[in-house]
Design a protein around this ligand. Structure first.
Ligand code: ADP
Ligand code: MG
Length: 848
């Protein structure tokens, strides 16, 4: 099958080839179906832009699309898949020495960049579907630009998309041309439901099938139905196949979990009309010819960081307006079409205009680890297209440190970190699998990963009957809530996910169904890494150790026996969930931490818990475990006390007061912290001390040759710590003199000239004394009442003429009348004008 040269993208061919050849970078923007994904790689090959043997790698956001595109392009080129054209996705790949066009997904390209920064063998990289703003697209593009700027100026970079925020990208890629094609599209009529439907009561698949019946009668082409995931797609297909009105239609599901043959048949051509029920892979990644009607449920499974479990999860969410418009556009490819949205127009107005890019909504731990492996230690300085929140970068680094993947002040990758990279999954799971390999419990870890990844299916707050049924099934389980979930899942699986059987145990049938496929996926990855996935007797200790390794940042300690209150690492506090099976254990790991707000108070609930032993902390994290004397500030006694304590990171496991005197230095540091926070007040540190500090800083500024160190805010902390030195409690500290320590700041000769150069009072020509005030920025100011200034004519200076002084003339009531540099001026100009007025007001003073 030759390449279909009548596709709109060929209008751009000549310019595209010239531009890539001239600049090495290009943005291509053309509507879905124009031929970007299938034709552009072929153009590069045909025009010799890949050199004699080089390869073009096409990065796709979706695995299903990568495989189908590779297959299609191989057919067009006229070779078998895996020869000139191939693909490489997680768990599946078809490439060979001969491959020149390679479709890939997710971290595959980024990993290759980490291991070989010269990208040997790759001549061009195409970033397809870039508007989706997948995390790996963003990051691989940034890396590709770095590589093009350094090792590989000849590398060709092409960014393609159906819709693009081109301005942002153009600046990022500059200098870079943008080629746009309008494509060919037909108008699509968009209809909404007149009334909102609650999918809890009227399932989305039933609504969709009904609407298909209606639209099928009004149109003559094929139908495309959008559903969020495999489960909903399966149900929709069932409904459609059971519909009398739709019996003339062939109906096909299309999603990533189907076997390849089933995916192929969904995009194939038939003589009958067909209905394809698809995930959002058909939104812009794949084009199915002949569709004239779209039924859009308005939902999609979206990957998002789940703060409760500390991982990324897939949640079913409402799609954005932009997404809905793309979906509608699928109906207008070959003829005018219709799109029915299964929501109301009113609700549509409230939808987000656009999805957030993944870099703003996903946990970054996995990509941060990959970047570190490539030697990019300062991830804040990485040339992000859009910078993630600094908080989410910090969170990723902290987690990776806790997992043992990074170490040291530079947060560089460790050997464990490098080994974790072999597992294309969240680093928590990667760490657990690494351990499971050693402990021989790979199956259990795969199952636990599936259990944490999916939605919670064991309903909470069940009635007494259900609880009794559970007690019978679960027995006296008390080591881990995971073990309960495992049993519950096995039970549901055996019962074939029968609704009644599930209800009897308070199991959410739809949620528990998702565990099996996830379990299979994790097992497949593990088997792919040659781990031993055979069924074994479950070793509870080994499994619990794996949980600890994956969730050591969720380690919790019961504060007391009487309550459920706990302290966690990283200074958090929480409450053990009442329904957890681990009621008495003093130490455990919570795989799910939920914050519940009620009446203005935030309650942190610890769920999905696993008991662990202190000895394991020592064994698995020798560097994070400290068994040492400690010093604490006791808020109640307002004293520093010596304690003996064992800690895991910042979590104190046990702390006993001892009679020993705490080391003076540590005591001083703790007290100083209290002083700095204002909880202990040093009464002697008063206004005149502050004024003294200002004078010292003035001396430093005006006499640089004296080499006086100015006293900065940071120095104050040091000084306060010195004042605290030798004290243990607030009572003895608070009245301690402070000037002796402050004076020590200066050398003897500096101290000697301080009073000489910058005195607090000076004697004027008339023999009277006047006060001098120093400020942080301005000149010193001498303040005196008019009467005190009689007989004084001149200007003032300090420090033997170096520092001019401003004079503040005060009225008898101490109010300033004037600030001047030169008194003679005052006597001549101002004084005569105000003298009468003042003498009337203050008749008892002397008025010369
Ligand atoms: P774009 O990337 O611009 O959306 P594609 O290159 O994916 O466009 O598709 C161009 C055209 O090639 C589609 O309109 C469709 O007609 C055809 N096509 C692409 N993939 C397949 C396939 N797997 N089976 C049948 N036709 C396909
Ligand atoms: Mg495409």
């Amino acid at each position: 099958m030759p390449a279909p040269r009548d596709l709109p993208i060929y209008e751009l061919e000549a310019r595209l080839v010239d531009s890539v050849r001239a600049h090495g970078r290009l943005i291509v923007q053309a509507p879905t179906g124009s031929g970007k994904s299938t034709q552009v790689p072929q153009m590069l090959l045909a025009h010799g832009l890949l050199g004699g043997r080089g390869e073009v790698v096409v990065l796709q956001p979706r695995r299903l699309a990568a495989r189908l595109l590779a297959k299609r392009v191989a057919e067009e080129v006229g070779t078998r898949l895996g020869e000139v054209v191939g693909y490489q996705i997680r768990l599946d790949s078809r490439v060979s020495e001969a491959t020149r066009i390679r479709f890939v997904t997710e971290g595959i390209l980024l990993r290759q960049m980490s291991f070989d920064a010269a990208l040997r063998g790759i001549s061009a990289i195409v970033f397809d579907e870039f508007h989706e703003r997948h995390l790996y697209g963003d990051i691989s593009l940034a890396r590709a630009l770095q590589i093009q700027r350094t090792h590989r100026p000849d590398l060709k970079i092409i960014v393609m998309s159906a819709t693009l925020d081109a301005a942002l990208l153009r600046d990022y890629l500059a200098p870079c041309e943008t080629l746009t094609s309008q494509g060919r599209t037909f108008p699509v009529r968009v209809d909404y439901l007149p009334k909102a439907v609650n999918f809890e009561h009227d399932p989305v698949w039933a609504v969709a099938a009904r609407e298909c019946e209606r639209i099928a009668a009004q149109t003559s082409g094929d139908l495309l139905v959008f559903m969020p995931g495999a489960f909903e797609i399966g149900r929709t297909v069932q409904e459609i196949q059971g519909s009398h009105a739709l019996r003339g239609f062939a109906c096909f599901p299309l999603h990533g979990e189907l076997p390849p043959e089933a995916q192929d048949s969904a995009v194939a051509r038939y003589d009958t009309r067909k209905i394809i029920v698809s995930t959002n892979v058909a939104e812009t990644s794949l084009t199915i010819d002949g569709v004239t009607a779209v039924v859009d449920c308005g939902l999609a499974r979206v990957a998002r960081y789940d703060p409760h479990r500390g991982i990324n999860t897939l949640l079913i969410e409402k799609i954005s307006v932009a997404s809905a418009d793309q979906r509608a556009g699928r109906a207008g490819r070959t003829a005018p079409g219709v799109c029915l949205r299964l929501w109301t127009e009113r609700e549509h107005a409230q939808r987000a205009l656009q999805e957030l890019p993944e870099v703003k909504r996903l946990d970054l731990a996995e990509v941060v680890l990959t970047l570190k492996a490539a030697g990019m230690d300062d991830i804040h300085a990485f040339p992000w297209l859009e910078k993630p929140e600094p908080k989410s970068l910090e969170r990723a680094e902290t987690l990776l440190e806790d997992l043992g993947a990074l170490h040291g002040a530079g947060k560089t990758i460790t050997e464990v970190g490098r080994r974790m990279l072999r597992f294309p999954m969240h680093p928590r799971y990667a760490r657990m699998f690494l351990a499971a390999q050693d402990y021989g419990c790979v199956r259990s870890v795969a199952l636990m990963a599936a259990l944490t990844q999916g939605r919670n299916f064991l309903l909470r707050g069940v009635d007494k009957r259900t609880q009794e049924a559970r007690d019978d099934l679960f027995g006296a389980e008390s080591e881990s809530d995971f073990f309960l979930l495992m049993r519950a899942w096995r039970y549901a699986d055996k019962a074939n996910y029968n609704m009644d059987a599930c209800r009897r145990l308070g199991i959410h049938a739809q949620a528990v169904r998702q565990v099996g496929p996830l379990f299979e996926q994790f097992l497949e990855i593990a088997a792919g890494e040659k781990l031993d996935v055979t069924e074994k007797r479950i070793d509870g200790v080994a499994v619990r150790k794996c949980v600890l390794l994956g969730f050591s940042d969720h380690l919790a300690r019961r504060i007391d026996k009487g309550t459920l209150r706990c302290e966690l690492v990283h200074g958090r506090k929480g409450v053990l969930a009442r329904e957890s099976c681990i009621q008495d254990a003093p130490l455990f790991v919570a795989a799910e931490i939920t914050e519940i707000e009620s009446r203005g108070e935030v309650n942190t609930l610890l769920n999905l818990n696993t008991t662990v032993e202190e000895a394991w902390l020592k064994e698995l994290f020798p560097e994070d475990f400290q068994d040492a004397g400690g010093v604490v500030y006791d808020e109640a006694q307002r004293r520093v006390l010596a304690r003996k304590e064992r800690r895991f990171r910042d979590l104190v496991l046990e702390s006993k007061q001892t009679a020993d005197e705490p080391p003076e230095g540590q005591a001083a540091a703790l007290l100083a912290r209290e002083v700095m926070a204002g909880r202990i007040v040093l009464t002697e540190w008063n206004e005149s001390v502050e004024h003294w500090i200002v004078r010292v800083n003035c001396l430093a500024k005006w006499w640089p040759e004296l080499e006086v160190n100015p006293i900065t805010d940071a120095d104050r902390a040091t000084l306060i710590e010195q004042i605290c030195y030798g004290s243990y409690g607030a009572r003895e500290l608070k009245d301690k003199p402070v000037m002796p320590v402050l004076r020590d700041w200066l050398l003897a000769e500096q101290l000697a000239v301080l009073d000489d150069y910058l005195p607090e009072r000076i004697v004027m020509a008339n023999g009277r004394k006047a006060r001098v005030t120093y400020t942080k920025d301005g000149p010193p100011v001498l303040s005196a009442r008019i009467q005190e200034l009689y007989g004084v004519e001149s200007k003032f200076t300090l420090g033997h003429g170096r520092v001019p002084v401003k004079i503040e003339v005060l009225a008898p009531n101490q109010r300033p009348i004037q600030v001047t540099d030169d008194l003679s001026n005052f006597w001549r100009e101002q004084y005569p004008k105000i003298k009468n007025e003042l003498s009337r007001r203050y008749p008892r003073h002397e008025w010369r």
